[in-house]
Design a protein around this ligand. Structure first.
Ligand code: URA
Length: 433
């Protein structure tokens, strides 16, 4: 067997067998197969797709490319993962909420991918926060505080770590087999028993329409069941960015505000839905509507915010930034984007907002780019908002004046304003439980 033959098979739209997939994953992980050969195969998969059996075999091979964590001593661990979005600060909010119910949170998160943001980049905007704990520290933190969130630094699904970074720079992100195997290999390796997946759908998601989102959800659910992990998929709207903030420390600030009770409606609906299913899977409440009330209580009584502080401080983060978010370093230039006419915001393409945020330095254009934690966008107006000509639609936070001006101009073009109030889409599109 050799990699050229495997690439040629997929290039010619043929099915890869288990041995070929395992050969690729093992030898790419150990460095025998080069990045350019892997890139060719990944692009062939992207273009010619994989069937269910190939996707399952790819997932299992990636999950077994490193260690498989055994978290059985922690009881039922319910994990959550998103297929990616713009302004998606859900993990920052949901992880401490879930831990506040004494449900252990042991989570491995990712960095930004393409135009979407990543939880690890956001967490690293908190000065001191360490995403690279050892396995012992990780488990110890979960035992002691009920929560730990780390990057992909342990030897868990190392094949995904390499493939994820590769896909990011060769524009091979929007693919059902590649996303399913990436997410589910990490979930299998990181040892959770139950999984809630936030499958995003819309302009800022990798799945642009509901049919593709349903197919992705059903693929991941099948893999979850096969691996004996009960999996619930919630399909959520990502037609426009989630909440107001896009950018790393800006999103941390919005998450802190949320846990202090200042909740944006769309973020609130997504948090309550995902959180309620996590509580249900953990066996701590069968009734979804009652679970939503319990979550709101733990926000109002401050338990969830206390958990956030405990979590961040146990990983070295300076919690004075959470207690007073004014402490976060601000971008050098904060400039408004003004409406060119009056009416209602009809569309706010999330992918384009994500790309503007990436251009400002909140994401990586090249693998080695360094993230600027303080830059990004605050959206004052969202789809359905009424606006007057000259009113502020959004603020650009940038460290370079020229860039701030050009990106403000770009963002102005992304806002589509019409006379008629548009019909609003639901935030929760479907639950597959
Ligand atoms: N999140 C992941 O972990 N992988 C993907 O491919 C997309 C989102």
């Amino acid at each position: 067997m050799n990699i050229q033959e495997i690439i040629a098979k997929k290039r010619d739209k043929l099915e890869l067998n288990k041995e070929e997939i395992e050969y690729f994953v093992t030898n790419y992980t150990n460095g025998t197969i080069s990045d350019y050969q892997a890139a060719a195969l990944v692009m062939a998969i992207y273009i010619n797709d994989m069937n269910e059996e190939e996707t399952t075999n790819l997932t299992l091979a990636m999950a077994h490319s490193g260690d498989i964590l055994d978290l059985s001593e922690l009881g039922t661990v319910v994990d959550k993962h998103s297929t990616g979005g713009i302004g998606d600060k859900v993990t920052l909010i949901l992880a401490p909420i879930i831990a506040s119910f004494n449900i252990p949170v042991a989570k491995m998160s990712g960095r930004g991918l393409g135009y979407t943001g990543g939880t690890i980049d956001k967490l690293e905007s908190i000065p001191g926060y360490r995403t690279n704990l050892t396995i012992e520290e990780f488990i110890q933190n979960v035992k002691k505080n009920g929560i730990s969130v780390i990057g992909q630094t342990l030897n868990l699904a190392p094949a995904d770590k390499k493939l994820y970074a590769l896909r990011d720079v060769i524009s091979a992100t929007e693919s059902i087999p590649l996303i399913s195997s990436s997410i589910m290999s990490k979930k299998i390796a990181s040892g959770a028993n139950k999984i809630v997946l936030d499958v995003t759908c819309g302009s800022g998601a990798f799945m642009k329409n509901i049919k593709d989102a349903e197919n992705l959800a059903s693929m991941m659910k099948k893999i979850g069941n096969l691996a004996n992990k009960e999996t619930v998929c919630v399909i959520t709207n990502m037609e426009e960015p989630l909440g107001k903030a896009v950018g790393n420390s800006l999103e941390v600030i919005e998450a802190v505000e949320f846990l202090k009770g200042n909740m944006e409606q769309d973020v609130k609906e997504v948090i309550l839905e995902l959180g309620s299913y996590m509580i249900k899977l953990a066996g701590k409440g069968q009734n979804i509507e009652e679970n939503k009330q319990k979550i709101l209580e733990n926000i109002q009584n401050g338990k969830a915010f206390e958990k956030l502080k405990k979590w961040v401080s146990s990983q070295g983060g300076n919690i004075s930034f959470l207690e007073n978010t004014q402490n976060f370093k601000k971008a050098k230039y904060i400039i408004p984007v003004l409406a060119k006419k009056s009416g209602y915001v009809n569309s706010l393409n999330a992918q384009k907002v994500g790309e503007i945020s990436m251009n400002l330095g909140a994401g990586r254009i090249k693998k080695e780019d360094i993230i600027l934690p303080e830059v990004g966008i605050i959206l004052e107006k969202k789809i359905g908002s009424s606006v007057q000509k000259g009113e502020t639609l959004a603020y650009i936070h940038a460290n370079n004046e020229e860039l701030a001006k050009t990106q403000a101009q770009n963002l102005k073009m992304v806002y589509e304003i019409q006379e008629k109030k548009p019909e609003l889409k639901k935030n929760i599109l479907k639950v597959i439980s």
